[in-house]
Design a binder for this molecule. Sequence first.
Ligand code: ADQ
Length: 768
Amino acid sequence: MSSFRLRLILALVLSVTVVSLASTYFEVLAHKHILRVELERRAASLGAGMQPALEQAISDPQGSASSVLASILNRHGSALAVALYDAKDNLVASSGAAAMLYSIRPGPIQTALKRGNNSSLFSHTGSSDWLEEAVPLYANGNLAGVLVILEDANAIRADSAVVWKHTIWRVTATVILIAGVTALMVSWLLTRPANRLAERLRRLRLGHVDGASTSDLSLFKPLAREVENMSESLKEARAAAATEARLREAGESLWTAERFVAHIRQRSADGEANGRLFVVSNREPYVHQRQGKEIVCVVPPSGLVTAIEPVLRATDGVWVASGSGSEDRATVDEFDRVRVPPDDPRYTLRRVWLSAEEEAGYYDGFANEGIWPLCHIAHTRPIFRASDWEMYKAVNHKFAEALLHEMEGNENPLVFVQDYHFALLPRLIKNARPDARVAIFWHIPWPNPEAFGICPWQAELLDGLLGADLIGFHIPLHCNNFLDTVDRVLESRTDRERMAARRRGHLTSVRPYPISVATDGMNDDRATAHATLDEMLRPFNTHAERVILGVDRLDYTKGIVERLMAFERLLEEHPWQRERVTFVQIAAPTRSRIPTYIELRHRVENKVADINTRFGTQKWTPVVLIERQASHEEVAAWYRVADLCLVTSLHDGMNLVAKEYIAARSDEDGVLILSKFTGAAVELREALIVNPYHIDGVAEAMHRGLEMEYDERRQRMSRMRRHVMEHNVYRWAASVLGDLRDLRIENAEAGSAAWGDAAVVEPQRISA
Ligand code: ADQ
């Protein structure tokens, strides 16, 4: 038995024994007291009963005192001896054992004579105990003598002995029980979990990261959680090291989260721009929500978080975003900050609170009913309301205030603003903090100047954006459209060769940075069991040999209705595909307060119902519509079984679904059908490129994809996979942030003099 367990048991046994003995001691004392009082009471009442006879006997010198005493002894079994004393303390008569009569002490007699009250004394010799009770006697109202009764008190001692005996048995039983239970509990709650943790740590040390999880160890939960975190970090580090090693072996050098962080650190150390990183976006990377009685922290699926988080974590940056979770307010400090990720806090999330009115005007109104359709040529008219514009300005100011507050005390900060929700933010920040390097990435297309020209506040938007030092778009076409618009609308100078614009002496570089997906584990298809097509379709009560997949937010720019029409045409033109192929569309409802989106949802649902009614059979549903945000794992499972992935956006900045599909196909199978109006089409030339408006063309592409030989599919897919792997999201982030760090910031006076070569960012040579 371990010495800890032994010591614990000994300590418990000792304390239980001491407590039991002490409580028994006091119990026995109390019991003895009761018995003694009872004995005294009995002796006193005996004395009182005999008093008249004795008083008479004592006042009669020839009296019958001896016979009265003898009768007391006879009647009272527990009395050992009785004696009668006169008022002068002289023995008048006695009866009982002679030995006992010699034991009478004078104390109680004298006290009774002196005070005229009963007096008693417990005495003992060797093994016998007795009570000496002295009862005063009166004759004619005067104290005439004392009756002494010696009562047997041995029963009291015997009683106490019984109590002690019981106690010892009880203590022994309790001690055995406690020792047993303690030994069991120690083994169950401490030794076994500790051994499991030790074994897990030992295996981790030896590099076995996949051991049984220890997260069920209730008493050791915090420790177990740390061990699990450590195992996760180790797993990631080993995977990263394995990737690095594989790439080194293959003579390649791809971008990983680790390389990205090392790259940014290196460039910070080399240059003057070593400030802290501040990211601003509308959506937050961590949302606190209530789930039953608990508050849980949810990470909404977002490529941006994957891309930016490594450097925020490594450099303890700040992310400013609007709080949207039901428990977001409850989880921030007095400065509206919360450290994230919750399990391993490394950077700060600063939440900004928007009222329902601000949400409606800035987000639903100006951003999503105005700028979104303005920048996407998808034939949905933008709506520009002056009240929305006011709200958009107010919210941009609100974010600027929060950001400036966070930046206080940070020299040369780096600010990375996300998207069309914050066109005015770069100028607001730059005016207040000229030392800040500010970049904004515009995740959606930038249209030509004519299309952009219908915005009543185009000049203000452009001026706000030109406050940035760097503006990023996905593809060169959007950069050129932007510079064309600046040329057309503002008084400024643009330089096409250097891809920059100068306004009021401030220089803004405009660069294409094609965003991508994380490719960690892209080739890592270890023994994970993947669901088959049959298993995936079973919940929808349909069967098919092939599946065509669409994954989108339910947005009119994604061409979902057009894609359904093309599928319908495929079934019309190639009837043998009926009952062979099912089209699965996963569509996440989005912006559902905006009428255009409500209407689109109805159109999609109606079209699906039409096709299913027209072609559906008992065992085959032509279109399965999953109208919800699916988990990352679920989407990945669909990617793996889809023979074709349809990306038919009417207009799209990049489109990450196309790249996710490619990244998921470690089997190098599958065909991507890609709209020519997506940013992705610039890079993914091996996809079947289509015009989403040409319904017959898309139907034919589907047919071609379904009939394509395996060799061709594999060749196309492997080329696209190589491209996505080499141009992953870490490379994107490294390019934008690397360029931002390399910027030389000019002040207005110096900059306005001429184009300074050094001030313009040369496109970074981020090569493999
Ligand atoms: P989005 O318009 O949202 O992004 P996209 O690039 O396709 O479009 O990204 C959508 C993301 O959401 C993907 O990661 C996809 O997996 C996921 N998703 C879509 N529907 C889903 C569903 N039903 N369930 C689960 N996940 C779903 C904007 C621009 C794009 C640009 C990106 C990044 O419009 O052009 O590529 O930003 O810059």
